[in-house]
Write a protein that binds this ligand. Structure first.
Ligand code: GTP
Length: 549
């Protein structure tokens, strides 16, 4: 928030920037120097707006860059400041002669005013649109926009702005060759200026009144009003108004046939122009004087003024085109900088997107990798597990036996076969046979062996790595006992299951070939012996039962 004092100073300076830019810049400098740093920062955009406008009006196109930068930085600024910046850009572009850009900013300002539902801002934006369109050459369309702006200012009772619009309307009507209507507008504007004590504006309006009055043949009135305007302006510190007033009066005096007095006015205007540097008026004054001298037969003087008029016209043309060229250059540089910034942003976005894609790809690959490892582990586990019982399978048994053989001298192997299992299948069905095999898994797991396994079919095994033969034998007998007592009736009332077990140990294999296969064969032979001896028992040495050859 700006302090009310600073706000009112800036409003005054913004108005003054258009007519006295150099003074405005000097005043701004003093004002800024007196501001505390915090307030300078808070008011940075508002100060940039007035400074930028004053610079542009002073012919320094860096002001345009300042205004555009402030406008770009204003996205979070209050609505009124954003509007002021857009409208100031419209005014600055109008000043550089780039009317299309001026109109574009005026329209943008109008959009902002409508969004903010600010009636004064809307009328001000319409006025700016009117100026841009009128200077672009469409006086009719300009008039229509001025009429809308006027309606707004009238509803709000803003006299200074009403008279500014009416003055602009008068100029458009004069340019359209409608002096009576132009006169009416200037007169109403003058009435407003007088009613509100706006003396500067009154003097300017009298200057403007003179021409349509003269065009309408009301020469005496034109002359009186022109003289009053020149006199009023003559007292002012800045001679710009007087210069224009004297040219206007000179033209009226010409119409009245008072050539000498007209020449005096043009001469006076000429002298003032050399102070103001106003080439347009300089050119008009030289041109009129050239005409006057020509008519009086003073060809030498006429030629000198004509040349001076042409010189002023050329200089003005050069200055105008140079200003427009520099303004366009500023535009082009800004556009290039924006394009560059956009490209960099795009490149950064692309890189970020590529990074994100890579990251997500990497994550998906890692997840796939984890899944693969899990599946492989599961496959490895499954390939070493019996699917029906969940016990270790033949492959796991072989691996384990090969691994443990060299380091487990106390290793014992029990081979277990379900008794009369064919009958179980035949009597109760294959499914029940499977259920029996599954029911054997738990007792086997709990038989205090290091590995419980299913070798295939109805054959199982227990591997004891440590301990002695006695402990293994006890475990096998305990297993037989447990199965004898098991509640098989839960599977079928007439079911009863027993197993036969052949047990052999590595320690007793000294004489036999020192190979796992030999141990297996010995345990198998003892299993057969157990079968032959009547089943439901453990055979743990070759003396028990009769061995197959
Ligand atoms: N339900 C079921 N039966 C199987 C499975 N694997 C093998 N068998 C059966 O098991 C029976 C084995 O019978 P045998 O080898 O003749 O011996 P047994 O009937 O158990 O008699 P002894 O071993 O002499 O006590 C066969 O009928 C096979 O079909 C299996 O996974 N499920």
């Amino acid at each position: 928030m700006l302090s009310p004092a600073l706000e009112s100073d800036l409003t005054r300076l913004a108005g003054q920037a258009l007519v006295r830019p150099a003074d405005t810049l000097a005043e701004l400098q003093t004002l800024e120097a007196a501001l505390p740093a915090a307030e300078q920062q808070a008011a940075a955009l508002a100060l940039a707006r007035v400074r930028g406008l004053a610079e542009v009006c002073h012919g320094e196109l860096a002001g345009l860059e300042r205004l555009l930068a402030a406008q770009r930085a204003s996205t979070a600024a209050p609505a009124r400041l954003r509007f002021d910046l857009a409208r100031t850009l419209a005014i600055a572009y109008a000043h550089t002669g780039l009317h299309d850009d001026s109109l574009e900013w005026a329209r943008h300002a109008l959009d902002l005013a409508r969004q903010a539902q600010d009636p004064q801002a809307q009328a001000e934006a319409l006025l700016s649109c009117g100026v841009a369109i009128s200077r672009g050459g469409d006086a009719e369309q300009g008039l229509a926009l001025y009429a809308q702006a006027l309606e707004g200012f009238e509803a709000l009772g803003l006299a200074r702005l009403q008279l500014a619009v009416r003055n602009n309307m008068g100029i458009n009507l004069k340019n359209l060759g409608r002096p009576a209507e132009a006169l009416a507008q200037f007169e109403q504007a003058l009435a407003l200026a007088e009613a509100h004590g706006l003396h500067d504006s009154a003097a300017l309006l009298r200057t403007n009144l003179a021409e349509p009055l003269a065009q309408l043949g009301r020469l005496n009135e034109a002359r009186a009003v022109g003289e009053q305007a020149a006199a009023e302006h003559a007292g002012r510190s800045h001679p710009a108004g007087e210069t224009t007033a004297r040219i206007g009066l000179g033209l009226v005096l010409l119409e009245c046939g008072e050539q000498e007095r007209a020449a005096a006015q043009f001469e006076r205007a000429l002298a003032l122009c050399t102070q103001t540097g106003d080439r347009l008026t300089l050119q008009r004054a030289h041109w009129q004087l050239s005409q006057l001298h020509k008519r009086a037969g003073r060809h030498q003087e006429a030629l000198a003024h004509l040349e001076a008029a042409h010189e002023a016209e050329r200089a003005q043309f050069n200055e105008d085109s140079d200003r427009r060229r520099r303004a366009l250059q500023v535009q082009a540089e800004l556009l290039a900088a924006q394009t560059d910034a956009n490209q960099q942003r795009l490149r950064r976005l692309e890189l970020e997107r590529a990074h994100a894609e890579l990251r997500s790809l990497h994550e998906r690959l890692q997840a796939a990798d984890r899944e693969k490892t899990r599946l492989l582990a599961r496959l490895a586990e499954e390939s070493r597990t019996d699917a029906l019982t969940g016990l270790a399978n033949r492959r796991q048994f072989d691996e384990r036996l090969t691994l443990e053989w060299p380091r487990s001298p106390g290793l014992q192997l029990a081979l277990i076969d379900v008794d009369h299992f064919k009958q179980v299948n035949d009597r109760f069905g294959h499914a029940l046979g499977d259920a029996v095999l599954q029911a054997l898994a738990q007792p086997l797991r709990e038989a205090r062996a290091d590995l419980a396994l299913r070798l295939g079919g109805e054959e199982f095994g227990l591997l004891f790595l440590h301990g002695d033969r006695e402990r293994a034998l006890q475990a096998c007998e305990a297993l037989c006992e447990r199965l004898r007592r098991q509640d098989w009736a839960a599977l079928h009332p007439e079911l009863h299951i027993t197993v036969s077990i052949g047990l052999a140990g590595r320690a007793e294999m000294a004489a036999a070939p020192d190979l796992p296969a030999a141990l297996y064969a010995r345990a198998d032979a003892r299993l057969y012996a157990a079968k032959r001896a009547g089943r439901d028992r453990v055979v743990a040495d070759d003396g028990q039962g009769s061995l197959a050859p």
